[in-house]
Design a protein around this ligand. Structure first.
Ligand code: MG
Length: 99
């Protein structure tokens, strides 16, 4: 079906699935898939702003608010746990994820 909302929902689902694969397999093999799905979601957000379905300024305002709220966790000692952290010697676990 050619419906932009359904397509965005599908891509968000694929991005969710890619995140789950990275957590489940705990290695960088799945990072490529994660990158692809991030790109797909970004593309549909771009298209939705370009065609006036959502307001670009409102989207960007919220984007920077969220970065201001959560971005700092990458720098805190007990912040985000990532595959990248694992490779730098820190223990990687999926947190509370049960998959
Ligand atoms: Mg996709």
């Amino acid at each position: 079906m050619n419906n932009v909302y359904i397509k965005l929902m599908e891509e968000c689902g694929e991005l969710t699935q890619a995140c789950a694969k990275v957590l489940r397999h705990k290695d960088e093999e799945w990072i490529g898939r994660l990158e692809e799905e991030c790109g797909d979601v970004m593309a549909f957000i771009h298209l939705m702003t370009e065609h006036g379905i959502v307001n670009r300024d409102a989207v960007l305002k919220k984007k920077w608010q969220t970065i201001a709220k959560y971005g700092r966790y990458f720098y805190e000692e007990n912040g985000y746990n990532t595959v990248k952290n694992r490779n730098s010697g820190e223990e990687f676990d999926g947190g509370e994820y049960v998959g």
